[in-house]
Design a protein around this ligand. Sequence first.
Ligand SMILES: [Cu+2]
Length: 466
Amino acid sequence: MVIAVVAIGCGAAEAPAEARAWAPLVAAVDLDPDPNVVEVELTAEVATVEFVEGIVTEVWAYRDSGSADAVASVPGPLIETALGDRLVVHLRNALPEGTTLHWHGLRVPEAMDGNPMNGGAVAAGESTTVEFVVRDQGLHWYHSHLYADEQIQRGLQGTLVVRGREEPQADLERVLVLDDVELGGDGALALEPSAEDLMLGRRGNTLLVNGRVPATAAARPGTIERWRLVNTSNGRHFALELSDTPFLVVGWDNGLVAEPYTTQTLVIAPGERYDVLVAIEGGAGERLLLETLEVARGGGMVDPGPYTLLELALEDPVADNGAVVVPPRRDVERLEVDADTMVRRFTLEHETAANGGTVFTINGKRWPLAPPVHVEVGTTEIWEIANDTDHDHPFHLHGFPFQVLDRDGVPEPTLGWKDTVRVAGQGLTRIAVRHDELGMWMFHCTIPEHAERGMMADLHVMEDPQ
Ligand SMILES: [Cu+2]
């Protein structure tokens, strides 16, 4: 039996006697017969789900309202597209307050980015249509970008898969959305953040994979599974281990990496995605456990572990038990930087406000009070993300992916495109970024409690900045 609910605070819900079966995400119905257009309709509404079987929790969630019998779910419907497709999403806001839809990891036109400062929110009762060409392979994350700390925690988030012309071969693919929620004894979401929640992001007493407490999935020895992972929690970092099975990392945030690499433990900060291959080995009747281990987040703060996230129940091996993982390779253009490259430094800090609350800042300024950073379109710059606090902040940039150059002076061993990177407490992470889209963009910590309290900034990419 697996531990279904982890009691980290008080008021944990009761664990069910038996874990439920693994639940793949349900894909949204494509309403357009054109093979190069994916058209879906999402309704954001107040709904109920059972994170824990038999315990009803009220959430704010997306429903695939283009499908007659779909119900709202957390995470929302999986949107499936291919590179180059035109994606059309009709969003109906049936919530009691405004919301926006941000496409975390996708390059989109400025007006489609869900930036609340740029186009505003979709008011309660209103609708909007988002439309863009899909340009970024990988697993991405759509979510509200308004009052994001609370709206994401309430459930306004979902995933989007973009398939490329070349994809790693696997016998089975699973999308694993890792999350946590704080449930009271009555099953209600606890939304009021504690002082610790403000420092670490809201953390919950209930771990979720695809909106369910840890479940059991059948797997077959001798097969290769591809797992696309995203951490959608507000604060919790996951450090994954799958019994003794290594992860072969073939991609991360924005598609496949140049050189796949193997790791036994995979740390995923909020907003990050990883694309891994795992070789299932063992005998029928054996179990493999996907667990999250303790993560030190700096300043003595930890996300505790180990906790089980998923149990793989091994069935009979496949007849041809000679599967070999062949690492796919990808040509990744390296952004060129040299001594003449413009360098900008962004320092992440927090301080106690006059009212006793905590204010989070970038270069001493608190969003939205800070003026935008102006850069010239087409230029490549080095950004130094300096963390002046004692604990991690995952850094996210809208508009264009970047490449990590080094962390605390250690060159990044793997070349690939990312949009979210963990910056350790008192650490310095340097990234290379090419600003190749005009418009007003944002960058911020992906712990929304921090972003919404100031650790966010506007970036204006212009033809001729003054
Ligand atoms: Cu932060």
